[in-house]
Design a protein around this ligand. Structure first.
Ligand code: BGC
Length: 409
């Protein structure tokens, strides 16, 4: 592994961030008691570059290369393509060699991908699992060779080989979706009861349960007092889940529900969809099989381009936006700190000067084997009303000459 100039890294990352044009607020300090708040004499506006002891940089194997293996779950979903690109670009800018692979949503392919990264001399693995619980053996192998592991976006389960977790606050994603529904259906003041259906995520993705729990906890008072009803009676996590987050599966399940439980005189008010791929399935099902004339509230997550159009056209009501560029910036800074044989904590946030919210959490992400120290970013609600401001004015998305929307890379 090649030695890394960490002062240069700090400056580079600050540059990457300033070019992002983010308008979000400065990072908070997390729950770790070891984290020190900056003293009054220190300005939190200025990045505080950390000086690393270069002689402590660990070498595995001593081949003069710093190799990063990035294993993404699939190329079908828009976001993983962007995550892969951002991570690769940022690590390469720091002089690392990158092996980036997409597993086509197949567990065996992902295990083989990771094995070949180990063989290619990886010093650090950044992994978003297809199935969070299926990688324990290969991770054990990585650990035995001294390779560091960062779980990216999805927690890696049942393994003590996971060093850190970088993600958005997954529970909050569900809270934001539910809060939108409460507001849009005026549940606090309305006297009528409203009907909702749930389309949740892939049960082998640990995030899916967090999204679900955040949403259900927030909606619970209304489900309990009868202001919200689930006519299909399908309300549990597994019975409402969507294998592989598939648009088609979400569409088919909602079509069956609409045909079975929503005849002409029964109104559906909202469909809580865990993300944008499932929301796309839900809006298609509503178009083809819903006989009511009201606008059905549909939630989502990711701000995928087809869903941005869907929001503009009024078919989807909101999405929860998670800036992937920021998530990758945190993962890269963390990865480089780990490779300097450092044990990063909330101080990484304080030192970074990031222009976005990030908290350090050492309590909430238990993977069954250990509580994985986590860096969590903060998601935001995007609707037709704030879409220009949050997605376009910030530079995350743009329109080309023909007016077509694209995500800026
Ligand atoms: C991610 C979501 C994504 C979903 C499907 C989840 O783990 O957090 O952003 O929509 O996977 O790929």
């Amino acid at each position: 592994m090649k030695k890394i100039n960490f002062i240069a890294i700090t400056i580079m990352l600050s540059l990457i961030l300033s070019s992002c044009g983010s308008t979000q607020v400065a990072g908070e300090i997390g729950t770790n008691s070891a984290v020190q708040k900056p003293s009054a004499s220190e300005s939190t506006d200025e990045p505080l570059p950390k000086t690393y002891d270069q002689s402590s940089v660990k070498v595995r194997p001593d081949d003069g290369r710093t190799v990063i293996g990035i294993s993404m779950p699939d190329k079908l979903l828009e976001r993983w393509n962007h995550d892969g690109t951002f991570l690769k670009e940022h690590f390469e800018k720091e002089g690392c060699e990158v092996v980036l692979k997409f597993a086509n949503n197949l567990i065996d392919t992902q295990i083989n991908d990771i094995r070949s990264m180990i063989d290619e001399g990886a010093d650090l693995l950044v992994i978003t699992a297809v199935d969070g619980a299926a990688l324990s053996s290969i991770l054990k192998e990585a650990k035995s060779q001294g390779i560091k592991v960062v779980a990216y976006d999805r927690l890696l389960m049942n393994s003590d080989a996971v060093d850190y977790y970088v993600s958005y606050d997954n529970y909050k994603v569900g809270v934001l979706q539910a809060e939108y529904i409460i507001e849009a259906l005026r549940l606090k003041t309305s006297r009528d009861s409203k009907n909702i259906e749930f389309v949740t995520g892939d049960p082998v993705d640990n995030n899916a349960r967090y999204f679900y729990q955040g949403a259900v906890d927030t909606l619970l008072p209304y489900l309990e007092n009868g202001k919200l009803r689930v006519i299909s009676n399908q309300q549990g996590f597994y019975e409402t889940s969507t294998a592989q987050w598939s648009t088609d599966i979400a569409q088919q399940r909602l079509q069956i529900i609409l045909n079975s439980y929503y005849p002409e005189n029964v109104k559906l008010d909202a469909v809580l969809c865990a993300n944008d791929s499932t929301a796309l399935g839900a809006t298609r099902a509503l178009e083809s099989d819903y006989t009511g004339t009201n606008k059905v509230i549909v939630t989502g997550q990711d701000a995928d381009v087809p869903n941005i159009y869907s929001i503009i056209e009024g078919k989807q009501s909101m999405t929860v936006f998670k800036a992937l560029r920021d998530e990758s910036v945190v993962a890269v800074a963390l990865g480089l700190a780990i490779l300097s044989d450092d044990t990063p904590d909330g101080q990484l946030i304080t030192n970074s000067g990031w222009g976005f919210d990030c908290t350090y959490n050492t309590t909430d992400y238990d993977n069954g084997s250990k509580i994985v120290p986590s860096f969590l970013l903060s998601p935001i609600t995007v609707t037709k009303d704030n879409l220009e401001e949050e997605l376009f004015d910030t530079g995350y998305y743009a329109r080309n000459g023909a007016g077509l929307i694209y995500a800026v890379e």
